[in-house]
Design a protein around this ligand. Structure first.
Ligand SMILES: Cc1cc2nc3c(=O)[nH]c(=O)nc-3n(C[C@H](O)[C@H](O)[C@H](O)COP(=O)(O)O)c2cc1C
Ligand code: SF4
Length: 406
């Protein structure tokens, strides 16, 4: 079990009080309240939850609407949803009840990643023990990262192959079995219950922190907290060099002053070519002794493995990149064999993936590598190139010394 010592708000049990308030407010006012409170999705995109609920509430279709909780959590380095499922399933269940009441859903599903099967069993027990007014079904996935993408997840629940659907139509109009559906992240749903407390703070987010730190874990912090402050609390095991925002969110050179807030991270990322995002607040801290190309190589392997293969560019390019990086990174972690054409190849691949990928997996597959190439170019240089650079530097130095003597 992950330590609970760095977290407070998300552990609060709402004990049915929020649901009682919601029942007295009625569905429309409940959605208005959630919108006014500014609750935003915690699954990565940060959409206003109230807007998503309202769109489905106002769809025709009577009570044939569904609510789905996304607990696929396949992003490397992300474990905050597991933390909620383990430590506060009661408040999550209350959030589901509130959402179903407000949107007008006849049934809810909780989609749990295959690797959390034991946790799903425990959660089912909690569901059986909790008083409920809507049926809530737990579906366990088969361990595919792409099933976190909401339409792939819906296919998987329907018993189809878990691959993303063409959009539009979006789930709000054509979701589970073609009916209007809301998909929300676990942390979003737990907060929907907590938002009805007077002391709720909408700026508190869960950060999953791992990498070269002595205290990896889930940390609840306000958006805007400085990276250095959070990393200090996690006790870095060596001087930090970079932070990777999961596998899909790109990376930035370590800057203690960086504000952990979506716009600030994106702005800093824009300065290095874009594609960097705070996403679901996953921070993988990379220390100075670690090789950036090795980290990028393992990320590329992940994407090649997880591509569902439906789009040719995603299927082929992720495999090519993984192979290219694997061949170029020595067993010692030293980069070698990256020729000048490599940067060009990555730039062209990114452009193609961005335009020709059906889902976010393909679109984000090169985010970390592209950002790393811009910020850590010397780590990708072939030994021959870096040797010749050192040689010419030494030559210049010797010449300067000779000049100063003459
Ligand atoms: C490849 C891929 C994987 C995703 N994985 C997850 C996930 O594990 N959990 C999650 O909540 N959202 C994931 N998302 C985002 C979902 O599609 C969706 O936007 C989210 O569940 C909406 O919830 P929210 O509005 O509460 O943030 C993923 C998206 C993509 C493209
Ligand atoms: S972009 Fe990749 S993961 Fe997404 S649908 Fe296409 S092949 Fe599948």
């Amino acid at each position: 079990m992950l330590s609970t010592q760095n977290v407070r708000q998300i552990l609060i049990k709402t004990n049915g009080e929020s649901l009682r308030k919601v029942r007295s407010l009625g569905p429309e006012k409940t959605i208005e309240f959630i919108t006014r409170k500014g609750l935003k999705g915690r699954g990565g995109a940060g959409n206003l939850t109230g807007n998503k609920w309202l769109e489905v509430r106002t769809q025709p279709g009577g009570s044939e609407k569904y609510f789905v909780v996304n607990c696929d959590e396949g992003e490397p380095g992300t474990f905050k949803d597991r933390f909620i499922l383990e430590n506060n399933p009661e408040t999550l269940i209350e959030g589901i009840e509130i959402a179903c009441f407000a949107i007008g859903c006849r049934k809810a599903f909780v989609y749990v990643r295959g690797e959390y099967a034991a946790l799903a069993r425990e959660f089912r027990k909690k569901l059986d023990a909790a008083p409920r007014s809507v049926p809530i079904e737990v579906v366990v996935g088969a361990g595919a990262y792409v099933c976190g993408e909401q339409t792939a997840l819906l296919n998987s629940i329907e018993g189809r192959r878990g691959t993303p659907r063409l959009k539009p139509p979006f789930p709000a109009t054509y979701g589970l079995w073609g009916k209007p559906t809301v998909v929300n992240n676990v942390e979003t749903v737990a907060n929907a219950a907590l938002a009805f407390r007077d002391d709720w703070r909408g700026d508190l987010y869960l950060f999953s922190v791992s990498g070269n730190v002595r205290k990896p874990g889930v940390y609840e912090r306000a958006l805007g907290t400085r990276l250095g402050e959070l990393v200090r609390d996690c006790e870095p095991s060596e001087t930090p060099k970079a932070v990777f925002f999961g596998a899909a969110g790109g990376c930035l050179k370590y800057d203690a002053a960086l504000a952990l807030e979506p716009a600030a991270v994106a702005a800093k990322g824009a300065a290095v070519g874009g594609g960097v995002m705070l996403g679901s607040c996953t921070l993988i801290i990379v220390g100075e002794s670690r090789s950036i190309p090795v980290v990028c190589s393992s990320i590329a392997r992940f994407f090649a493995h997880e591509s569902c293969g439906n789009c040719a560019p995603c299927r082929e390019i992720t495999a090519l990149l993984a192979k290219r990086l694997e061949c170029s990174v020595g067993a010692s972690g030293a980069a070698g064999g990256f020729d000048a054409k490599f940067n060009e190849f990555v730039a062209e691949s990114s452009a193609l993936l961005n335009t020709a990928s059906l889902c976010g997996l393909g679109q984000c597959a090169t985010a970390s590598l592209s950002a790393a190439l811009k910020q850590f170019p010397s780590e990708f240089e072939s030994p021959a190139k870096s040797q010749s650079k050192t040689k010419s530097k030494t030559k210049i130095k010797k010449q300067k010394q000779a000049d100063s003597r003459s």
